[in-house]
Design a protein around this ligand. Structure first.
Ligand code: KG4
Ligand code: ZN
Length: 336
């Protein structure tokens, strides 16, 4: 079965072609240069740029896969969560194409795509624990045996990537700033600045990053002579420890033995190292997809769509984009 996937939830336009769940092509057009000067994604500009990119990106994906439109058996597109103007571009293009070709269409939850990105690499047994950390998301999920998902915990304010980006802005490092902070932190003392590890009262698996950003600002004001490398390393350590401790508690709650970490922030070496240590301590297996599958892309969307399309499922062409689209209910521990 040949599936075309389309992704346009934020600022990257993606198209990918899979044959029986295996990637034939995975093309992404980035808008980093468009949004960089603004220090964050400008929704209006993102939607307009998706319009420019979506058809050429689909054509390139078909070309690279050596597949013609007539060969496509089904189409999957991201329906949420994300920026509505952005989502609508990919979703409407995918629906129009499905209608024109007379093939089934499915709308995919972007977060399910992230969690399944690992499945393009290796067979992953469920249940597994998934940490999705990007510029827009920081949340922990349980992917269950029956294909359903539960939300274990999520950020109450900024996403981890957003925290990196805001800290980078404060330190004058440009946007997006996660990579710049990591590079700067390499030569720094991660214990130089004392920063809080915010916990959310009454929800042990939820996270919070906005207080950290304020504390960083106050720390820099109080110690202007501190080398930037020390500041960056201390900040990175605080974010990484917050993510690792939430994941540790999630392992304790669920007893999961497989951990998947994905999203743009999973590029961070300190986070990968810390997660590897956590997995070892907890006797769990850590799975991190290669970076090109961790950041927003359409192969993960096509894969999630393929799981439904191959069962003969489809969505009506009236399916709408949804900005806030939960992947599942809150996790409730077994009463047994
Ligand atoms: O998944 P992604 O490419 O896009 C979405 O947000 O959907 O993630 C981008 C985020 C940005 O916030 C960026 O600063 C962060 O991932 N990031 C990093 C690193 N590389 C990218 N954060 C920390 N360390 C990195 N090496
Ligand atoms: Zn994403």
């Amino acid at each position: 079965m040949i599936v075309l996937g389309v992704e346009s939830s934020c600022d990257d336009t993606g198209a990918a072609v899979l044959r029986d769940g295996r990637e034939l092509s995975n093309v992404v057009a980035s808008q980093e240069e468009v949004h960089g000067p603004y220090g964050g994604v400008v929704p209006e500009l993102a939607a307009r740029n998706h319009i420019l990119h979506v058809v050429p990106v689909i054509e390139r994906a078909l070309d690279q896969a050596g597949v013609r439109l007539a060969d496509i058996d089904g189409i999957a597109a991201t329906r949420g969560p994300g920026l509505v103007g952005s989502l609508l571009v990919g979703l409407c293009t995918a629906k129009a194409l499905a209608r024109r070709l007379g093939v089934p269409f499915v709308g995919v939850n972007h977060i399910e795509g992230h969690l399944l990105s690992i499945a393009l690499e290796a067979d992953v047994e469920r249940p597994f624990l998934g940490l999705v950390v990007s510029g827009g998301h920081s949340a922990l999920y349980l992917a269950r045996d029956d294909g359903s998902y539960a939300v274990l915990g999520q950020t109450r304010d900024d996403a981890a990537g957003e925290a990196f980006d805001k800290a980078a802005k404060l330190l004058g490092l440009g946007y997006p700033g996660g990579r710049a902070i990591e590079e700067l932190a390499r030569g720094g003392d991660a214990h130089a600045m004392r920063l809080p590890r915010p916990r959310v009262k009454g929800a042990a698996l939820d996270m919070s990053f906005s207080g950290l950003k304020t504390a960083l600002w106050q720390g820099v004001e109080a110690a202007p002579e501190m080398p930037l490398a020390d500041v960056a390393a201390s900040f990175q350590r605080a974010v990484v420890e917050t993510l690792v401790e939430a994941t540790r508690r999630a392992i304790g709650t669920t007893g999961a033995t497989r951990i998947v970490v994905t999203g743009g922030v999973s590029a961070n070496g300190a986070l990968r190292d810390a997660m590897a240590r956590l997995a070892e301590e907890e006797g769990a297996t850590l799975l991190v997809p290669p970076l090109r599958r961790c950041t927003d892309n359409a192969a993960m969307i096509a894969y999630a769509g393929w799981l439904r399309l191959r069962r003969g499922e489809s969505d009506p062409l009236s399916l709408n984009a949804v900005a806030e689209l939960p992947l599942g209910p809150r996790f409730v521990p077994d009463q047994a």
